[in-house]
Write a protein that binds this ligand. Sequence first.
Ligand code: GAL
Length: 396
Amino acid sequence: MKNRFLVPIVCFFVLGFGCAFAQTPDLAPTPPMGWSTWNYFHHEISDALVRAQADAMVSSGMRDAGYVYVNIDGGWEGYRDAAGVLHPIPAFPDMKALGDYIHSKGLKFGLYTGPGPRTCAGAEASYGHEAQDATMFASWGVDYLKYDLCSFREIMQHESGGNLQKSDAIMKAAYEKMHQDLLNTGRPIVFGMCQYGWGKVWEWGPQVGGTLWRTTGDISDTYGRMTSIGFREAGLSRYAGPGHWNDPDILEVGNGGMTPDEERTHFSLWAILAAPLVAGNDLTKMSPVTKSILLNKEVIAIDQDPLGKQGDRAYATGPLEVWTKPLQGGAVAVGLFNRTSEPANMTLHLAKIGWQGQAAARDLWNHKDIGVVNDQTTVIVPKHGVVLLRLTKSGS
Ligand code: GAL
């Protein structure tokens, strides 16, 4: 067991990053969209619940809006038998049948494990059984694997003797190992790395096969936590692109902890960030407001723009921030975010976002064209709210 990570480490440092076949960019040419059990249901999950959510994904229009992955997060893992086979808890009697059901709805199947002996919740994870688990997941029809570092941190600490560089190398090798094992199954599987942004994962995630990687610790359903994660993504835009995306975590829209303006900020910011849009609420009980946010096709189109460019902060005056995202055909999405607790007037400085001349603007939350805008255009942005515009050349 001692040298189990040696081959990937050698691959990494001697042969260079190129020895890993990256997962193909066409696995996720635009940021993955779907739903996850985690934010709302945590460990209270079962086959019946996942089927009901999959049904709701179809009946609510979520699937047709682009949300296709049905991701079972932590909580499904049972025991590992003497032959090393990992069994689900009894609430998931037949994972292959569940995968078939998900696929029959035109959806895709996501699952969760990690490189350590245990998940964060203390359940069985894939350490020492990576290839065996990957093969089983592929046989169940898994299309997306979230791989969560959790207890592997103890292995890193132990095997590196506390040396940070060695510890980082061991972590990278563990992700590369599962990546190779997934490739060996022959099934295209999105590889979602979850190690909370450690070691600037955005700089090396693609080289160990990551289709996406969490850039931060866990989100929670508050404006404070959501914004501290979302606005901290400034500067990461150059690391994302087709097939490799920064992931600021599962959405909290519809979970009750934020006002509608705060949730519109959340969804707009994630769209500008070209973040994976993975809903984390109960899809069987969505209010009209929740639906108007998660199903806003004009905002989804910003996230899913085929150019595949992540946006970034253009300028800010204290807590009044303007973020932009380049779009196909020379258009630009502009988010004017008011992080204060009072409504604010915000002026759109076209020169500061690199725009020449006049622009025609469309308001993507009010679904209306607001006409030509110039350097003097001022909008009123609600407290903790956003005005999200799509700019095109005036006259085009
Ligand atoms: C955390 C992870 C969460 C969720 C949870 C499950 O480590 O960041 O997104 O997967 O584990 O226990």
